[in-house]
Design a protein around this ligand. Structure first.
Ligand code: FAD
Length: 383
């Protein structure tokens, strides 16, 4: 990356999404969180704007750019965590299919994901195994023409809405990482049941649900990538999407700073605006500086992905971007609530939602301890 400046098309995208977020998304953001109802209207609007295709290769009508995807997510996340999530939840399965799909699978699923006519989800986590992906116990047993899947998953975000779900299961339960394979489960197949949505602290607008698999037959043509290579495939998809999760952290933090700054300008104490106190200005200064640093790290990780860096080379910088930007989101949201005083605790002010959603960011797509493990291993080996 030679420059940290966005190019003209990225600046145009930023302006368009910023305007859309302020005019169309902002009036809906609080209700989406409060009701925890899937925002179909927001999905339709994103589809109409053509935003789903952004990170896709040109042949699917996309800009083939993780950096552009980060820019869009940042602007949406500044206003509404859940609307930003509608893009990301579509992009992780895209990454998995792009990384490991056959030409037939790419033709079958990618155009629909790119234009929003298909919706998807990815389901790895189980009640007994989250961080330890190689410890999953859902079983995929080889049978004539395909596989029979048995087991249960949970926290599969968007699975109740999705047309298909990418599911990780063990083809060889005696092995750890190399026993994991990945399958595409299409809606309506027998033995594939989605349970009731989790009742969540944050990230409430996009449902996360358990999945129950009971003698669920999946044809061989729906195995994604070679048998036993599912772990690497899922990790590659996560490596590519981690900068985008980081961008959601940057957007969330920026939105929290926007709200806190407006409040501090208006609120009076000791006969003056609280924004005039040096103690308050220093807090705002630290928040703004941390956000700028996180943004640069996210853009750098995205630019690396766009330059074709992948696998073990991309993993540490992608993990740094996710870790740093989402920890900053939590810190900034916490300080923003502090600056609101008691009003920050009230459900009548949106700042408390930023605080709840920030916590989710430190857990999803590999907790921030797991990101530190990835970075730590890299440091020990290379520095
Ligand atoms: C809102 C939301 C949406 C989600 N959506 C999806 C989804 O769409 N698909 C999906 O598959 N999953 C999804 N998840 C699950 C998410 O990926 C897991 O929560 C995450 O990977 C952590 O797993 P766990 O919750 O089982 O925690 P555990 O693995 O049980 O960990 C518990 C604690 O121990 C720590 N820990 C564990 N191992 C280590 C270690 N080696 N070193 C240091 N610390 C460690 C963790 O960081 C954590 O703090 C979602 C989660 C949330 C909250």
């Amino acid at each position: 990356m030679t420059s940290f400046r966005l190019d003209e098309s990225q600046r145009l995208l930023q302006d368009t999404v910023r305007r859309f977020a302020r005019e169309k998304v902002a009036p809906r953001a609080q209700a989406i969180d409060e009701t925890a109802e899937y925002p179909q209207d927001m999905f339709d609007a994103l589809k109409e704007l053509g935003l789903f295709s952004i990170p896709f290769p040109e042949q699917y009508g996309g800009a083939n750019s993780v950096l552009s995807a980060c820019v869009a997510v940042e602007e949406l996340g500044r206003i509404c965590y859940n609307t930003a999530y509608l893009l990301i939840v579509q992009w992780v399965p895209f990454g998995a299919i792009l990384a490991g799909g056959t030409e037939e699978q790419k033709q079958r699923f990618l155009p629909g994901l790119a234009d929003g006519t298909l919706r998807s989800a990815i389901s790895v986590t189980e009640p007994g195994a989250g961080s330890d992906v190689a410890g999953i116990t859902t079983r995929a047993e080889k049978v004539a023409g395909g596989y029979k899947l048995n087991g249960s998953k949970f926290f599969a975000t968007n699975s109740s809405i999705a047309d298909f779900v990418i599911v990780a299961a063990k083809t060889d339960p005696t092995l750890r990482h190399s026993g994991v394979s990945v399958f595409i489960l299409e809606k309506g197949i027998e033995g594939f049941e989605i349970g009731p949505s989790e009742r969540k602290l944050g990230s409430r607008g996009v449902p996360s649900s358990p999945i129950y698999l009971s003698d669920c037959f999946v044809p061989e043509a729906n195995r994604l990538g070679p048998e036993g290579e599912g772990f690497a495939l899922v990790m590659e998809a996560f490596n590519k999407s981690r900068a985008i999760i980081g961008a959601r952290g940057v957007g969330l933090a920026q939105g929290a700073l926007d709200l806190a700054t407006d409040y501090a300008r208006e609120r009076e104490a000791f006969g003056q605006g609280v924004a005039s106190f040096q103690g308050v200005q220093w807090m705002l200064a630290d928040m703004a500086t941390k956000i700028e640093a996180a943004r640069l790290l996210v853009y750098k990780a995205a630019a690396e992905a766009d330059a074709g860096v992948k696998g073990k080379e991309l993993a540490p910088i992608a993990a740094m971007a996710k870790l740093f930007a989402t920890d900053i989101a939590m810190e900034v949201a916490t300080d923003a609530v502090q600056l609101f005083g008691c009003s920050g605790i009230s459900k009548d002010n949106r700042i408390e939602q930023y605080f709840r959603d920030a916590k989710v960011l430190q857990i999803i797509e590999g907790t921030n301890q797991i990101q530190r493990n990835i970075i730590g291993k890299h440091v020990v080996k290379t520095y």
